[in-house]
Design a protein. Structure first.
Lengths: 531, 230
């Protein structure tokens, strides 16, 4: 029985209950004023005044209260003003007609007025909804990851409803946790047992679930009817609503909105906007996930392309030294020929030099792979620029045989960098200079201070680099058309750039028809310079 | 007479090792590093065979091959690396006789050199009867016999066999065979060629896995094996 009453009343808001009381009161007051002077104002005027009251009530509280007021005023009109007075009976037929017309006009007029008001409110609410949804949409587009998107959803919900807090809950293994929240600190609270049950219910029925009949008003202490055989009724501290967030078949979580909500357009019917919010947020998250999957796929594709390019580039560099080794070894193994000492020495020299070359190619590939995969962890220390250059020269003695390699510039400069990486970069640059410059030409190394940084340069004497190639020399696999005569993988300078960047510096090239100059710029060690 | 071999490769170490090894095996080798020197040395050195690397610093190896073939029918063996398949086929189309993929053993290179030199020495196109390890192709009478018994070939099969047999030891690309036997408009119809080769093999009793006569060079073409080569 109690539940039936609640269901009957469920279409009537708390405001309307005030309307019924107000209608009774207004009718009583009006009747109290008009009744003593009924002989002076005339029946028609009294009827019009009652009609006005009915229309006002309809416009304010809706047609249900309006009909109630129409009946009430009609009864009052009949009882106090239509002869015979103080009785509900009517003598004259025209009075009967007048009462019926009065009732009809009151009801129809009141209904139309309340409808007009309702549609105006509806339009206003729609407009407000559209605005807040647009706001959410704008916010979601700006977010990069799903967690930020859920945070944006909570922010927007709190703002739209002027609510104390909103959060997104997620369940895993029977435990609910808070993924994102906005509003006051209590919005971060983990859901208690009753809230968890409501959230589960929202997921189960896939629609909004709330405490109380709107759940979000503080005018009466909200109560939760827990699902299950006991249907336990639990009082909660304040109103709360749960909206499932779903992408297709996948449950993303549950949006929890804490009451009381403040903003008028959504106060009585928050469900539409909440549903729209949930849909919009789920779409936003889905879009983000797709973007992330696409980015991941793109990264995989690029890595795959790199590997393919690397393989095709190095297969020649790996096979060529092997060809020399194989030719020399198979000759030595051939017992049908009596090789001279000179022959044997020459074959062994080929094997030795080609094995070194193979080793360099493999080191290049491994270095590039270490750079690309992020496996290099630079450790920066204060180091002497001069010592770096000297150490580099010591390492390339074999490949610069027959050339003069000199060091110029400031002896006292200190840099802050990863020594081993910069050293490797310098070695590559010097070997590069030895490979591509005029045979026997000098190689000049220099350390100097410029604009608060330290520059280490490697300059050679030679044809330089063609203008068209200069912007590309640090690209992987890039081989200048002029350097075809020198075999290489096109990896050396890419590795230089990778190592220097990791060391906290930068590298550039200057080229003229007299030679090329590669410059590594590194941060100067603070306070360590004695200029 | 000592055969002269011109080695053209831009890799100094490989060039040196191969030339030294060839000298040791009784050939007279001369090594050069680029296309221009190859063409000029060809005139003065007058080699009996050219070993040609395709990746040369100055002129495209295929262009060198074309130019050498224009001047003389000296056998050319291409030295190529994996990844240069298209260039390799282009060089064979341009008239190269054979190819070897780096890295290679000297014994393999020496065997190929022997086959190519023998081919260069005997021009079979002028012979009235080609005799190859039990197979006899009578060019004038257009008959073929295998181990003494006559074979009945279709006109296309006969043309194919004749073309392969007159170029014994030489790699013939798909395009070359198709152009020669079927005509220029068939140059891309490799499946026609494959079908005909299969029929010919059946009639010759040849096993593609261990061939006696026709060897497949995957992706390149076919060659008729020289029965006198080791």
């Amino acid at each position: 029985m109690g539940r039936d009453v609640r269901r009957t009343l469920s279409g009537i808001t708390r405001d309307q209950r005030w309307g019924f009381a107000a209608a009774v009161l207004a009718t009583a007051v009006l009747t109290g004023i008009l009744a003593p002077m009924h002989s002076r104002i005339g029946l028609l005027n009294v009827g019009l005044i009652y009609l006005l009251l009915t229309l006002l009530v309809s416009a304010t509280w809706g047609w249900q209260v309006g009909v109630f007021a129409a009946i009430l005023t009609n009864l009052a009109f009949n009882f106090f003003f239509v002869p015979p007075l103080y009785r509900f009976s009517v003598y004259r037929p025209e009075h009967v007609a007048a009462l019926i017309i009065f009732l009809g006009v009151s009801v129809i007029g009141g209904y139309l007025l309340s409808q007009a008001r309702a549609s105006a409110e509806n339009a206003q609410r729609r407009q407000a909804e559209t605005e807040v949804l647009l706001g959410l949409n704008r916010d979601l587009i700006g977010r990069a990851d799903p967690a930020a998107a859920l945070g944006a959803l909570c922010d927007n919900v709190v703002r739209a409803f002027e609510a104390p807090g909103a959060s997104v809950l997620s369940e895993s293994g029977g435990r609910w946790s808070v993924l994102a929240a906005a509003g006051d600190s209590s919005a971060r609270r983990p859901p208690d047992r009753s809230e968890a049950l409501m959230a589960e219910r929202a997921v189960e029925v896939d629609q909004l679930t709330w405490a109380g009949h709107t759940g979000l008003s503080d005018r009466r202490r909200p109560r939760i009817v827990l699902p299950g055989p006991q249907r336990r009724v639990v009082d909660v501290a304040r109103g709360v609503a749960f909206v499932p967030l779903r992408i297709g078949e996948r449950m993303l979580g549950v949006l929890r909105l804490d009451g009381p909500i403040g903003r008028a357009p959504f106060r009585d019917h928050p469900e539409q906007l909440l549903d729209a919010f949930a849909r919009e947020a789920a779409l936003g998250v889905e879009r983000m996930e797709l973007v992330r999957v696409a980015a991941h796929t793109e990264a995989l594709r690029e890595a795959d392309e790199l590997k393919t390019a690397l393989l095709s580039s190095v297969s020649h560099d790996l096979k060529t030294p092997l060809a020399g080794i194989k030719a020399a070894v198979s000759s030595l193994l051939d017992r049908s020929v009596r090789w001279t000492q000179d022959d044997v020495a020459s074959f062994l020299e080929t094997i030795d030099s080609q094995a070194d070359r193979l080793d360099r190619v493999i080191s290049d590939i491994l270095d590039l792979n270490r750079i690309e995969s992020g496996a290099v962890r630079p450790v920066r220390h204060v180091a002497s620029a001069r010592q770096l250059l000297e150490e580099a020269i010591a390492r390339v003695r074999a490949s610069t045989a027959g050339r003069t390699v000199s060091i110029e510039g400031n002896d006292e400069l200190m840099v802050e960098t990863d020594e081993s990486l910069v050293l490797q970069a310098l070695v590559n640059l010097i070997e590069n200079a030895a490979k591509y410059s005029t045979e026997g030409g000098d190689i000049r190394l220099r350390a100097e201070r410029r604009a608060g940084r330290v520059e280490l340069s490697v300059a050679d004497v030679g044809p330089g680099i063609p203008d068209g190639d200069v912007p590309h020399v640090f690209e992987r696999f890039y081989r200048s058309s002029q350097t075809r005569r020198v075999k290489g993988s096109g990896l050396g300078l890419a590795i230089v750039k990778g190592f220097v960047t990791l060391s906290g510096g930068s590298v550039r090239v200057e080229s003229s028809p007299r030679g090329a100059r590669f410059v590594i710029t590194l941060p100067a060690a603070v306070g360590a310079e004695v200029a | 007479m000592t055969a002269r071999i011109l080695v053209v490769d831009d890799e100094a170490q490989l060039r040196r090792a191969v030339a030294r090894s060839l000298d040791g095996h009784g050939y007279h080798a001369r090594a050069v590093e680029d296309g221009k020197s190859a063409l000029s040395t060809f005139e003065t050195f007058k080699p009996d065979l050219v070993l040609l690397d395709l990746m040369l610093p100055d002129i495209d190896g295929v262009a060198v091959c074309t130019e050498l073939r224009r001047r003389h029918h000296t056998p050319i063996i291409i030295l190529s690396v994996v990844g240069e398949e298209q260039m390799k086929v282009a060089a064979l189309d341009a008239g190269a006789d054979d190819y070897l993929t780096k890295p290679f053993g000297m014994d393999e290179l020496l065997a190929r050199i022997r086959v190519a030199l023998r081919r260069g020495a005997s021009d079979r196109t002028q012979q009235p009867v080609i005799s190859l390890g039990g197979l006899q192709v009578d060019i004038e009478r257009r008959t073929v016999s295998l181990d003494g018994s006559d074979l009945h070939l279709t006109p296309t099969e006969y043309s194919l066999l004749k073309y392969l047999a007159t170029n014994v030891g030489k790699v013939l690309t798909h395009a070359m065979i198709l152009r020669e036997v079927w005509g220029a408009e068939y140059a891309d119809d490799t499946h026609v060629l494959r079908t005909c080769v299969n029929q010919l093999r059946t009639k010759l009793g040849d096993d593609p896995a261990s061939p006696r006569f026709i060897r497949t060079d995957p992706g390149v073409g076919y060659r008729f094996l020289d029965p006198s080569a080791s």
